[in-house]
Design a binder for this molecule. Structure first.
Ligand code: CA
Length: 229
């Protein structure tokens, strides 16, 4: 198996060296750079599997790097995991909207970091399930053609909006979606979640999931995701 390639963009030397050490030890092929512009250039050159991107960077900040990568057809398939500090939740939300695949908050444990990166690489190397394909994820099953969902053996009585939300989350289990992204998916347009309607829908879906309610996880100040099983 070829090694998955990761570009690390981090300006703090201690953290950069730690990341290089940990990720190399775990079998990744790692290149690291210390500023945003160099990071962007390195990703364009290598087209790695993943870029681990600090947000506060000299040269060009991480959100701008992410935005440029996701807007460019050549680089948009490269997975982006943001490396964030505590209290940067609003930046995390912006980053996810720009197309970042996940984030890891500093300080992180090496074990958790590696698990998250492996999950993202796994997820992004397999295309999301087709719109009309039946999805089975843990106890949850969704048949878009019949517009029907089940929690275990139990058929769920979901409204059209609830169904769309659950379907959207289930197409990419483990991926965090912001409230805006969930609402847009449910309404099929660029909706702005100025209200708490998404929370209300999620609450109802959880209630209907019964014993499997914990399958939908709340990510504080960021959004929701379907639990990876
Ligand atoms: Ca930094």
């Amino acid at each position: 198996m070829t090694k998955a390639r990761i570009v690390v963009v981090e300006d703090e030397e201690d953290i950069r060296e730690l990341l290089e050490y940990v990720l190399t030890r775990e079998g990744f092929a790692v290149t690291s750079v210390s500023d945003g512009r160099k990071g962007l250039a390195e990703v364009r050159k290598q087209l790695p599997d993943l870029v681990l991107l600090d947000l506060m960077l000299p040269g060009m900040d991480g959100l701008e790097v992410c935005s440029q990568l996701k807007q460019d057809e050549d680089t948009r398939e490269v997975a982006v995991v943001m490396l964030t500090a505590k209290g940067e939740e609003s930046d995390i939300v912006v980053g996810l909207r720009l197309g970042a695949d996940d984030y890891v908050t500093k300080p992180f444990s090496s074990k958790e970091l590696v698990a998250r990166l492996q999950a993202v690489i796994r997820r992004t190397s397999t295309a999301p399930s087709q719109e009309d394909q039946t999805i089975q994820h843990g106890p949850i099953r969704i048949d878009p053609n019949r517009h029907q969902a089940w929690s275990g053996d139990e058929s769920l009585d979901l409204t059209a909006t609830e169904f769309k939300i659950l379907h959207h989350l289930a197409r990419q289990p483990g991926r965090v979606f912001t409230r805006d992204q969930i609402l847009s998916a449910a309404r099929g347009d660029q909706a702005v979640a100025t209200d708490r309607s998404v929370d209300a829908h999620i609450r109802t879906i959880r209630k209907k999931l019964g014993d499997n309610r914990a399958m939908i996880e709340t990510i504080h100040a960021v959004g929701y995701r379907l639990k990876e099983t």
